[in-house]
Design a binder for this molecule. Structure first.
Ligand code: ADP
Length: 499
């Protein structure tokens, strides 16, 4: 029993990875599932399909590793956050598709709550902002729109869960209806100071408490699998939301340690230890994890368009065939040639917060080539991350000297070097790229006594580190030009409408 099974249930695919007793991955299986877009701005998943996909990849990974359930010491779960499922307690059948975090159907009800001046109260309790992204208004929508749901909920017949709860319910054949603090802290219903579902918020959103899972720590044996699909008797031993699991997988376990995941977007998270830091710049405060009785808080900031910009250059402009080709193309010119690319394709998030900004490329001359534009696109990912690093540092009062990175785009050496230069930080890229699954595995292995944090620290391997070498005056000039470009892209939609 020296293996850990990590279940990594993402937004576009379900993955399972098996780790050996040294926390090295030995088998991996992955399966894509269906995305439903029933109306503009709506995004749904079929929770049953997610469960079946997860069973399939768990079985495939076990087969690949030539293991069975009895070889697995524990399961660690990490998952897409905020996505909302409600199901019947009796039958285990969902009442409706899962409403995905990206879904905007409840944006208007969020605007009403903001207009009613409720945001400061909600932020004080939850650390979040009022947004359709989080679970509360999604639950409200399901109760109000699915026939009979509200009455059934009031009779205690329904269960709500984020995807972690849904998977654990199925793994335990309905014995466990639980979540962990990191997932609970993304619902807009959980008080991150008292560590309880908040009665005022439940009343405000008109959500019966009987719907809610019991909130547990992120690292303990909650119970065992009873499901023959994967095998009975495996300890279910860890749960953490995806970004929090990645923070743990990067072993950012002390206050001030920060990670950035360069994927479709860029996701930054700073461990703030036992202190709940309040952001004055619109960052989210969230729970990173709870181990034993100790709760760790984090500050979180996201860039909407990161690697997605490279996808757009590839698919929208056909500048190259593969995302990784961007590095050689950008490297074929000495610098950006004066080009600044503001990737506000869906508006700008922290620290600019302008939903009406749109993408723009500035500084084009007759000498501009596809290489300059590609270089500017890669640099724009770094400028956005740099702005969040500055805000994280200001809000927490902690200078960020080292940044641990992962995600598909973190493979781009040119981009990462530019980040180190621009932000004057040491950047560490670990050999483990699947840090999300790794974090869930680390937590599960700790819960079942396979390893301790200190042993994990010794297991930490650096693939490459990058030092900033650009003179400070050069990076100041670059940032000035970037801010000038951002300024000109702002409020584009309104300007356009008013002529
Ligand atoms: P996600 O988990 O968000 O789906 P990944 O971590 O798999 O994303 O990263 C994929 C993203 O990274 C894509 O948007 C892709 O364009 C970008 N990407 C992948 N490889 C590179 C590269 N070498 N250089 C720049 N961007 C890249």
């Amino acid at each position: 029993m020296a293996f850990i099974l990590a279940i990594d249930q993402g937004t576009s695919s379900s993955r399972s990875i098996i780790y050996d007793k040294n926390a090295n991955p030995i088998a991996m299986a992955q399966m894509v599932f269906t995305q439903y877009y029933p109306h503009p701005g709506w995004v749904e998943h079929d929770a049953e399909e997610i469960w079946q996909a997860q069973v399939t990849v768990c079985r495939q990974a076990l087969a690949q590793a030539q293991l069975t359930a009895k070889d697995i010491a524990g399961i660690g779960i990490t998952n897409q956050r905020e996505t909302t499922v409600i199901w019947h307690r009796k039958t285990g059948k969902p009442i409706y598709n899962a409403i995905v975090w990206q879904d905007r159907r409840t944006a208007d009800s969020c605007t009403q709550l903001k207009d009613a001046g409720l945001e400061p109260m909600i932020t004080a309790k939850t650390g979040l902002l009022i947004d359709a992204y989080f679970s509360a208004t999604k639950i409200q929508w399901l109760l109000n729109h699915v026939e009979g749901a509200r009455e059934q909920a009031e009779r205690g017949e329904l269960a709500f869960g984020t995807i972690d709860s849904w998977l654990v319910w199925n793994l335990s054949l309905g014995e466990l209806h639980i979540t962990d603090v990191s997932n609970a802290s993304r619902t807009l219903l959980y008080n991150i100071d008292t560590l309880m579902w908040d009665a005022d918020l439940l009343a405000l959103f008109n959500i019966p408490a009987s719907l809610l899972p019991t909130v547990k720590s992120s690292c303990e044996i909650y119970g065992h699998t009873h499901n023959e699909a994967i095998g009975s008797g495996i300890a279910i031993a860890a749960i953490a939301g995806d970004q929090q699991a990645a923070l743990f997988g990067q072993l950012c376990i002390e206050a001030g340690m920060t990670k950035c995941t360069y994927g479709t977007g860029s996701f930054l998270m700073m461990n703030t230890g036992s202190t709940r830091v309040v952001s004055t710049n619109g960052l989210l405060t969230t729970i990173a994890w709870q181990i034993g009785d100790t709760v760790n808080y984090a500050l979180e900031g996201s860039v909407f368009i990161g690697g997605a910009l490279i996808q757009w250059l590839r698919d929208g402009l056909s500048l190259f065939a593969q995302a990784s080709d961007s590095e050689a193309l950008a490297g074929s010119v000495a610098d950006n040639g004066g080009i600044y690319f503001v990737p506000a394709l869906t508006g700008l998030g922290a620290p600019h917060w302008d939903a009406n900004a749109r993408g723009a490329i500035f500084g084009i001359t007759r000498g501009t080539t596809a290489a300059h534009i590609t270089r500017a696109a890669l640099e724009s990912i770094c400028f956005q991350v740099d702005e969040l690093l500055q805000v994280l540092s200001a809000d927490s009062g902690t200078p960020i000297l080292q940044l641990r990175i992962d995600g598909g785009a973190a493979a781009n050496n040119l981009m990462v070097q530019f980040q180190a230069d621009l932000s004057a930080v040491e950047i560490i890229r670990s050999t483990h790229l699947e840090t999300t699954a790794l974090g869930a595995a680390y937590l599960a292995g700790m819960a079942v006594g396979l390893w301790t944090v200190d042993e994990l620290k010794n297991n930490w391997r650096i693939d490459r580190s990058f030092q900033g070498i650009l003179p400070a005056q050069d990076s100041i000039l670059l940032k000035q030009q970037w801010l000038k470009a951002v300024g000109r892209s702002k409020n584009w939609l309104t300007e356009n409408k008013t002529g």
